[in-house]
Design a protein around this ligand. Sequence first.
Ligand code: C2E
Ligand code: CA
Ligand code: CA
Length: 423
Amino acid sequence: MNEYSTSKVDRQRFFEQLNREVRRSNEFSSPIALLVVNIQRFSRINSLHGYAAGDQVLTAVANILANVARQQDSVSRIGDDQFALLLSGISNPEHARLAAFKVERLLELPLQIGTDQIHCSVRTGVAVCPLNASDAEGLLKVAEEALLVAKLSGQSIGMAREETHNIISETWDIEIELADAVESHQMEVFFQPKVSLQSGKPVGAEALIRWNSPSRGLVGPDLFIPVAESLGILKPLTQWMLNSALRLSGDWTDKWGQLEVSINIPAGLLIQPDFIDIVKSVEGLWQPHNITLCLEVLEKSFISDVESCFEALKRLREMGVKIAIDDFGTGYSSLSYFRDIPADELKIDQSFVFGLLNDQANAHIVSLIIDLAHRFDLTVVAEGVENQETLDAIKALGCDVVQGYLYSKPIPAARFNQWLNNF
Ligand code: C2E
Ligand code: CA
Ligand code: CA
């Protein structure tokens, strides 16, 4: 990647480079994209926080752009509050929009500048060569126009209007489609019931996300959650899930008394400063009187910062939210922190449940986990119960609640109330 400078605007050098890249693009019929990235209200940052802070903001934005850039791309400062990101060799013009989207997401958290936290946002104009222009000057002009259109219409990303037909890539580009799947209402909530072994009655359900992709149909989370993570959209996705699951559980029957709705919380979100406020506001908005919210956190979420995690869990429990430790047995728990874990429920990982009938050692582990959990007043949930034999075995070991295909696969929210009524 070429060197960039935040201390000096270097339009001349940028222009030479743009010329070179455009020539190469035409010569090898390999599209390139130009992103013109403008920092919003930069003069205000300077006047509020001082010029030194303004310079640090420029450096931070330049670093974010460098982060999004690949080896062959380059970043230049082309105006007081303006950068250019030149992407060479893009196979699909939509990749340029995706890069702009990544920059936007990376700036969602405030920048720590000295002792100040500064919120900084950008608008981006995107143009592709040769789709929108086939010479350097034209390309810059079109990208700047797209930026202006974005500013005027209050959008963060402006794409230059295409003069030729859109080239749609043949291969499925999951990143590109996923980037606005939430906003395009393509996400869906499925529920899978949890049943008490003691009473034989439903005690609630786990909400599991599905993506209704226009090109692929129903896509499961194992495929797209890692992509959502790399795009930095797990937080809005979780927020959407919290809102949707709590809203939908309002339709559940009163027949079984108080029921629990469980949401999966990705590692890392728990210790974000605004996570508790997000939960509070979602609860304030939707929580039906007969529904308890339960958050499923992965055992592995704790390793990075046990203290802050436990602190967050404690505060959530004080609000009446239940906490479940998900996929237990696969993480790195040590027995010593078991004592302090602020949780209500422990979910034994499916891999142990699957092996229950054929593997004696496995059965010993499950039995130990159940005993240990009960000593610390935790309710034990077994996931992945697919048949009656496994159910009998897990019941004999003292498990409290089961979830699995034996009772029901995850089903669309609209069908779940019917399931509850007919059970
Ligand atoms: P998980 O939290 O362990 O969820 C349980 C998974 O096991 C679900 O897969 C469920 O369909 C599956 N399952 C339940 N009972 C059985 C059974 O009897 N047999 C078998 N073979 N499988 C069973 P799903 O829905 O594909 O979700 C996979 C994972 O994706 C989840 O694992 C969870 O880690 C993640 N996930 C799902 N929804 C969300 C979400 O809204 N947010 C986040 N961050 N992650 C989610
Ligand atoms: Ca789970
Ligand atoms: Ca699990």
